[in-house]
Design a protein around this ligand. Structure first.
Ligand SMILES: C[S@@+](CC[C@H](N)C(=O)[O-])C[C@H]1O[C@@H](n2cnc3c(N)ncnc32)[C@H](O)[C@@H]1O
Length: 448
């Protein structure tokens, strides 16, 4: 395919769909085969009604204990890949590395994707061209919501989105300072100014966020350490072409191991709610025991009736409840109580869980605020860390809190529905809020 045709195809895919064309996968297949992948489990990509693109085997059945995929480490984009890429390394002058201005490995891999993407565009000569063609052109995390949609989202989503934005911009500035002034040898443009735009960097960052897998990087055969002083934290992640087409399910358990001897990355199905997965059934992996808030903010989707879900409250939620509830608003609340709660981090882990009920910290906090008069720290200490039976008296306040939260979330749902159109991120966020409402209603029914 020529460059113009490729660009046209990419433009079309951006306006109509986030799923790249099928032939990109065939080319990827060929490239991975050349790198030694044998596809022993006969995996194929298909579009599934529930999840969009995912993986199945057209000929093989699976059960617990079976291997799902075995990919040579040479197929991964890992720290070893970056360390072996002389062109990429040349962009980073080690003399400019500053121990107080490091970046995460995820941020560097995002930069590598941009580097390879530009090579592909300008010279048609990237070893990762087929992989780049299989990547979605957009992501559905709330981060990519339009401004009028963001205004309809709860604080819990917004605060994570704002933190992501701060982090991404910080890394982009650091990369710009390190690399930005340099010119591309092929086209003469400057990297961070003309080639790596902030918008492209944001997309690349979420490519890594939504698709990378955990690897134990110590198992990789790798000798050079050009980037060691630039990276903070570990390099224990990689992009895994084709393997990254597995969708997530809360009803399977999987393990991933990088074997140092064979240099193969192997995913195994450890447990599944179905005894046998037949040919053409979608094969899922587990991204972890993740609640919906994490799934939507990091991966851009949520699961209905997610087995790992819970609903978290903040201290501000309780403060807002007091302001809005006529009965509670008439009482006095000593500021020492809120200070005590904050100092002892009792506001962490305040959640409700359908099966397990109200979390211990939420009970303690409701009890301290609403159920007794003490406000001297030593007395609060005795109560908070005393007999747990005493915290069972907070049912009315918990009901108020649930009702307040449901009303608030219903308001967000209505506001999103009133918008004339929604982006894909907005649509996913709306579905997520509706799922939160269902969860809270079910909780109330089960525990009232
Ligand atoms: C590693 S990729 C999986 C393959 C992806 N569906 C694709 O076509 O490229 C992770 C992304 O897939 C989607 N995804 C994963 N599991 C999902 C699920 N159970 N339901 C809906 N979307 C899911 C989310 O968009 C997520 O960010």
């Amino acid at each position: 395919m020529g460059r113009t045709q490729r660009q046209r195809q990419r433009r079309n895919s951006q306006t109509t769909t986030t799923t790249p064309p099928d032939n990109a996968l065939h080319v990827l297949y060929g490239q991975l085969h050349a790198l030694g992948w044998r596809n022993e489990t006969r995996l194929s990509a298909l579009n599934f009604a529930q999840t969009g693109r995912g993986l199945c085997s057209k000929s093989k059945s699976f059960q617990a204990g079976d291997e799902l995929i075995r990919l040579p480490a040479s197929c991964l984009i890992s720290i070893a890949t970056l360390e072996a890429d002389e062109g990429f390394k040349q962009l980073f002058n080690r003399d400019l590395f500053d121990k107080d201005a490091r970046i995460s490995f995820q941020a560097l891999v995002a930069c590598y994707l941009l580097y390879q993407g530009h090579l592909y565009e300008s010279t048609n000569d990237s070893p990762w061209s087929a992989y780049l063609d299989t990547l979605p052109s957009s992501y559905t995390t709330p981060y990519f919501c339009a401004i009028n949609e963001l205004q309809c989202l709860p604080e819990a989503l917004l605060e994570r989105t704002v933190a992501q934005n701060r982090q991404i911009r910080e890394y982009y500035q650091l990369l710009k300072a390190l690399v930005g002034e340099q010119h591309c040898k092929c086209c003469g443009q400057r990297y961070c100014e003309d080639i790596w735009t902030l918008a492209a960097y944001k997309r690349a960052y979420f490519t890594v966020n939504t698709r990378s897998v955990y690897i134990d990087a110590r198992q990789l055969k790798q000798t050079k350490s050009h980037f060691q002083l630039l990276i903070n934290g570990s390099s224990n992640l990689a992009l895994a072409p084709f393997l990254d087409l597995f969708n997530h399910s809360d009803s399977v358990q999987t393990t991933a191991v990088l074997y140092s001897k064979s240099q193969e990355y192997v995913l195994t199905l450890e447990a599944s709610s179905k005894t046998v997965l037949k040919p053409y059934e979608q094969l899922y992996i587990s991204y972890g025991a993740l609640p919906n808030l994490k799934l939507i903010t990091e991966y851009g989707f949520y699961l209905e009736r997610n087995a790992h879900d819970y609903f978290e409250f903040s201290l501000q939620d309780i403060e807002q409840l007091i302001v809005h509830n006529k009965e509670l608003a008439t009482q006095n609340y000593h500021r020492n109580i809120f200070k005590f709660i904050r100092e002892h981090n009792l506001m962490d882990q305040m959640f409700v869980h359908i099966q397990d009920g109200c979390s211990h910290n939420l009970r303690v906090v409701l009890h301290l605020i609403f159920k007794q008069q003490a406000y001297f720290p030593n007395v609060l200490n005795q109560i908070a860390f005393g007999d747990v039976e005493q915290f069972n008296d907070v049912q009315p306040e918990l009901s108020y809190l649930l009702t307040y939260k449901m009303k608030e979330y219903q308001g967000f749902v209505d506001a999103l529905r009133r918008l004339s159109q929604l982006t894909q991120s907005g649509t996913v966020a709306l579905g997520y809020l509706i799922e939160c409402l269902r969860y809270l209603r079910d909780f109330e029914q089960a525990h009232s």
